[in-house]
Design a protein around this ligand. Structure first.
Ligand SMILES: O=C(O)CCC(=O)C(=O)O
Length: 273
């Protein structure tokens, strides 16, 4: 159902770029929501969306639970440009429990990256991490976490683009430059040999297994890079940060979308007499 070349590249390199996965109108709709979003600081809520940063503030502001921000973001939950890729690479459909869909989104956010900001290197095949693992076994992909990273602005040289080490999801060793470039103030992946920078046009999407050693370059250009990330794993996963979808969102989603953000219909406890 997905192109053989995408399967080959994902297996070999740990990622695939889907050019033009979002059309111009979709990118515009998403950016319009963000343009009208009031400023939030890390730790503050606006509606059901939460301001957040990873560890320190040098990787930029995240808007977590962005699927709560309106229909343009709801559409991304099961977007036809990538959902079959994700189902195939996470695997497991119809192997666990027929009441469940195959997927669960355990984190979803928009990231704004300004001049001087970057995210340091993380993940990689070694040391292995159960949650984000790459696995192909018994003729099936069984990856723990597959990320869909969407460019909402053009991302070229100097824009703080995503960097990754191709094929590092299968590595049995940590990259010798890892400690120098790992997460933390002033760290970025530009300083790591073997890492490539992924340049994208607004609307392109990078699909990658989270086990891939990755991070970003430092942004040096004026302006702001905008990306949106939805992380998909198996339906028995759990929220990365402990966020819960709102009742209003659950009520208005299609059954297919609802299953991906709350795979199980929770059984109400009996009311005590
Ligand atoms: O900001 C980026 O380009 C990389 C994002 C990242 O590190 C992640 O999604 O884990």
């Amino acid at each position: 159902m997905i192109p053989d070349i995408d399967v080959y590249r994902f297996d070999l390199n740990g990622f695939v770029v889907l050019k033009g996965a979002l059309n111009r109108a979709e990118v515009e709709d998403l950016n319009t929501v963000l343009d009208t979003f009031p400023p939030v600081e890390p730790g503050e809520w606006y509606g059901n969306v939460h301001g957040h940063t990873y560890g320190d503030e040098t990787s930029g502001l995240n808007l977590q639970q962005i699927y709560e921000a309106g229909e343009p973001f709801e559409r991304l939950i099961d977007h036809p440009s990538w959902i079959e890729h994700v189902k195939f690479f996470v695997g497991g459909e119809k192997t666990f429990d027929y009441h469940h869909g195959p997927l669960f989104i355990d984190e979803n956010f928009v990231n704004f990256r300004e001049v001087g900001e970057a995210i340091g290197i993380h993940s990689g095949g070694f040391p292995p991490i159960h949650r984000n693992q790459f696995r192909y076994h018994g003729g099936r992909f069984m990856c723990g976490q597959v990320n869909v990273l969407m460019a909402l602005t053009n991302i070229g040289l100097g824009d703080g683009g995503t960097m990754l080490i191709p094929a590092s999801h299968k590595s049995n060793f940590q990259h010798p430059g890892y400690d120098q470039a790992r997460m933390g103030p002033g760290r970025s992946v530009d300083m790591v040999e073997d890492a490539i920078e992924v340049h994208m046009n607004a609307g392109d999407v990078l699909v990658f297994v989270d086990a891939l050693c990755h991070g970003s370059a430092k942004r040096v250009n004026e302006g702001t890079r905008r990306i949106c990330v939805y992380r998909y794993g198996p339906s028995w996963g759990n929220s990365r940060h402990g966020y819960q979808p709102s009742e209003e969102l659950l009520d208005r989603l299609t059954p297919e979308r609802r299953q991906m953000i709350q795979p199980q219909k929770l059984i109400p406890r009996p009311v005590s007499p």
